[in-house]
Design a protein around this ligand. Structure first.
Ligand SMILES: NC(=O)c1ccc[n+]([C@@H]2O[C@H](COP(=O)([O-])OP(=O)(O)OC[C@H]3O[C@@H](n4cnc5c(N)ncnc54)[C@H](OP(=O)(O)O)[C@@H]3O)[C@@H](O)[C@H]2O)c1
Length: 328
């Protein structure tokens, strides 16, 4: 199948669409593990995992099934992520080894620092919950964590390392000091949240942008919703383009993402959905005029604000993103 891909300096190729595996508290680990097998059947070779999704053990069983079915390990791309309570220098390597064990793999294709803020909170807590030990981003500490990721590469446990939920100023500092520079940066990206400055910055620095919530995360938990949020798949521009191509609005979002140059990682446990997204990534072609008109519907509408990661005394969620607080 003619799946577009991103090529790294190592020669490795990341398929330009991956399956997300965070069930938004709505789907069970077993449902997601089943979707991983189904997705491989329709052509997916890229899976976006994380310890905090609480399903790496079940997803690992599916990956083993996929590999046993004859798919070569070298044709799979598996990402996992270091959770916020394992940033300590002694915690990184054991956390990665745990993910490898759960995923039943000898190596990961990509390991990301999930968020640049050390903290701990129990699963499913309300956005008003605060960890008294939560800390802001501190460059020196982040680089100590990063160094441990570099050791994972040196030991062959991980092929590429990267960042997630970063900003231009934070990434600038990392690029100055890293021995192994980030291969990828995972960031929220959908038509109503295009992050043009960060997107251009990562491309200019040879970092692959992986776009999460590419459909605008319509099933995200209540705690991640605010009254100002807008819905990408209901935007009249997206609806009009969908109509003219006879595809769904979701397929337009995926086609736009791949053509723009990011790697979307839509989540679904429904075969009709993940198959449609895969087909859109491989087949749908938007015209230059359609790409231009979609670039004009950006609303700077961040959906995953990260409130729960705030430290005591922080002003508002904007502080996580190095932005002035709204309304100030
Ligand atoms: N690095 C990070 O911090 C971070 C943060 C968030 C997410 N992620 C990753 O990104 C992945 C995707 O993000 P997300 O789940 O927030 O958002 P998303 O992919 O934009 O939305 C997923 C939801 O969209 C619907 N959907 C999926 N495919 C569809 C299709 N073809 N047509 C119509 N509707 C479709 C489904 O809703 P229904 O189930 O209701 O049908 C599905 O649950 C996650 O699973 C995770 O791997 C990473």
């Amino acid at each position: 199948m003619n799946v577009p891909y991103k090529e790294f300096k190592t020669g490795a190729r990341m398929p330009s669409i991956g399956l997300g595996t965070f069930g938004s508290d709505k789907y069970t680990a077993d449902q997601i593990a089943e979707a991983v097998i189904g997705a491989a059947e329709v052509g997916y070779r890229h899976f976006d995992c994380a310890e905090v999704y609480g399903n790496e053990r079940q997803v690992g069983e599916s990956l083993e099934t996929i590999l046993r079915s004859g798919i070569d390990r070298r044709d799979l791309w598996v990402t996992s992520k270091l959770w916020n309570n394992h940033h300590g220098e002694d915690d990184v390597i054991p956390a990665c080894e745990r993910s490898l064990r759960d995923l039943r793999l000898d190596y990961l294709d990509l390991y990301l620092i999930h968020w640049p803020f050390p903290n701990y909170h129990a699963p499913k807590v309300d956005v008003s919950s605060r960890d008294p030990d939560a800390r802001p981003f501190i460059h020196e500490n982040y680089m100590k964590t990063w160094r441990q990721l570099e050791i994972l590469v040196e030991r062959g446990l991980v092929r590429h390392i990267g960042t997630s939920n970063m900003t231009v100023p934070k990434l600038r500092g990392v690029l100055l000091e890293a021995e192994i520079v980030p291969a990828a940066n995972e960031m929220e990206l959908h038509p109503h949240f295009q992050q043009p400055e960060l997107f251009d910055f990562v491309l200019a620095n040879g970092i692959v942008p992986i776009g999460y919530s590419p459909l605008g995360s319509p099933s995200r938990p209540e705690r991640d919703r605010t009254p100002d949020d807008s819905t990408d798949v209901e935007d009249p521009v997206i609806l009009r383009i969908a109509e003219s191509h006879q595809i769904t609005p979701a397929a337009v979002c995926i086609a736009w993402a791949v053509q723009r140059g990011q790697v979307p990682i839509p989540f679904s446990v429904k075969r009709s959905q993940y198959e449609a997204s895969f087909n859109a990534a491989v087949n749908a072609r938007l015209t230059p005029a359609e790409m231009t008109v979609i670039s004009g519907i950006d609303r700077n509408c961040r959906l995953i604000k990260g409130q729960v990661f705030l430290w005591e005394g922080a002003a508002g969620w904007e502080s996580l993103w190095d932005e002035p607080q709204q309304g100030m």
